[in-house]
Design a protein around this ligand. Structure first.
Ligand SMILES: [Fe+2]
Length: 307
C-alpha cells in the first residue's frame, strides 16, 4: 500500500476494493513504489478501445489539418521539430470514444486511488509525434512550487495508441521521484546522453495505459524511428483545483444521458464555479448539488459538500 495512504483507513477502502475487483493490485503497487504504472492492452483497452481512439484521432487530424497523418512514414504537416508533436486539444466531445476512454473502469480505479472520488477531468489531448531531435525535459504535472504535497493533487493517464519505446520517442520517468515532493531543477531536467541518468523510457505496446502520480518526474525522448507516435493524455485533478478545460455547463444533455452519473462529476458539473453575488452563488451551488446528489445516490459514494 501507499506510504501516503493506508488500507486500514476506511476512507481509502473503497478505491482499494475496486482495484482488487479489477485485478489491478500490482499496478497500484507500482504507483506507490515508482510513481507510475504501465497497464497492458488486454486490461487497459477493452473492446478495441485504443484502436478506435486511434482511428478517431486520425479522423480529427484529417478534419483539422486537411490531410490524414501517415502513421508509418509521415509527420503531421503542421509539425516542426517538437518534443510533443502535433497537439490536438479539447477532444472529449469530438467523438464518444473519448467519453469511453474517460469512463474506462481501469483508469477510474487508479485515478480515484490517487486523487479521490471527486477527481475531475482537466484536459483530454492527443499528441502525434514524428521524428525529431528535441526531448521533452523532465518536469512534474503538479505545477506548484517545491515542496510538493505528498498526496497526489493531479494524476495523468496516457493511452499509447502506437508502440511506446525509446526509439519511438516514449515517455521518460524517474522511478520513485514522486516521493521526493519537489520539481527537478537545472541539469536534473535533461534526459538522454549526458542528462539525468535515473530517467528510463516506457516500453509499452499500442493499447497500453500509463498512469502516473502528479509529482513523478517525467518527460519524453525524441523519436528517432520513422513514423508517428500517437497518444491520448487525460489530465485528472482534484476538484478544488482549476481545470485546464472548462466543461461546466458545456456537456450536451445526450452525452450526460448516455453515461452513468459519475460522468457528470468527472466533467466538472459538480464543481461550483466562481460567483458574483449571493443569488449567483445559490444558483451555482444548486446546479452542482443536483449532479452530486445523482452520483451519490447511484454509487453510494459521499462527496465533499458543495460551496
Ligand atoms: Fe507532463
Amino acid at each position: 500500500m501507499a506510504e501516503t495512504t493506508s488500507a486500514s483507513d476506511s476512507s481509502f477502502g473503497r478505491p482499494w476494493d475496486e482495484i482488487n475487483d479489477l485485478g489491478l493490485q500490482r499496478y497500484a503497487k507500482d504507483l506507490d513504489a515508482r510513481g507510475y504504472c504501465v497497464i497492458p492492452p488486454e486490461i487497459a483497452s477493452p473492446n478495441g478501445l485504443a484502436e478506435r481512439m486511434l482511428e478517431a484521432c486520425l479522423d480529427i487530424a484529417e478534419r483539422r489539418n486537411g490531410k490524414r497523418p501517415d502513421l508509418d512514414r509521415g509527420r503531421p504537416e503542421s509539425q516542426i521539430d517538437s518534443p510533443v508533436g502535433d497537439t490536438m486539444k479539447a477532444l472529449l466531445l469530438e467523438d464518444p470514444v473519448f467519453e469511453e476512454s474517460l469512463m474506462n473502469p481501469v483508469l477510474l480505479a487508479l485515478a480515484t486511488y490517487l486523487c479521490g472520488y471527486d477527481v475531475v477531468l482537466s484536459s483530454l489531448t492527443s499528441f502525434m509525434k514524428g521524428p525529431g531531435t528535441t526531448r521533452f525535459r523532465l518536469h512534474t504535472d503538479t505545477q506548484l512550487p517545491s515542496p510538493l504535497p505528498k498526496q497526489a493533487l493531479v494524476c495523468k493517464g496516457i493511452y499509447a495508441l502506437t508502440d511506446f519505446n525509446r526509439d519511438n520517442g516514449s515517455t521518460a520517468f524517474v522511478p520513485s521521484s514522486h516521493k521526493w515532493c519537489r520539481n527537478p531543477v537545472r541539469r536534473e531536467t535533461s534526459i538522454g546522453e549526458g542528462g539525468n541518468d535515473r530517467a528510463v523510457p516506457v516500453d509499452a505496446p499500442a493499447g497500453s495505459l500509463v498512469v502516473f502520480h502528479g509529482n513523478t518526474w517525467h518527460g519524453a525522448y525524441d523519436r528517432v524511428a520513422p513514423g508517428l507516435r500517437v497518444s491520448v493524455h487525460l489530465l485528472m485533478v482534484r476538484s478544488l483545483l482549476r481545470a485546464t478545460e472548462d466543461f461546466i455547463g458545456r456537456i450536451p444533455q445526450e452525452a450526460l444521458d448516455r453515461n452513468p452519473p459519475r460522468f457528470a462529476i468527472l466533467t466538472q458539473q459538480g464543481v461550483v464555479p466562481g460567483y458574483i453575488d449571493k443569488d449567483d452563488e445559490r444558483a451555482k451551488v444548486a446546479r452542482a448539488q443536483k449532479f452530486v446528489s445523482a452520483y451519490e445516490q447511484d454509487s453510494g459514494v459521499q462527496l465533499p459538500a458543495k460551496r
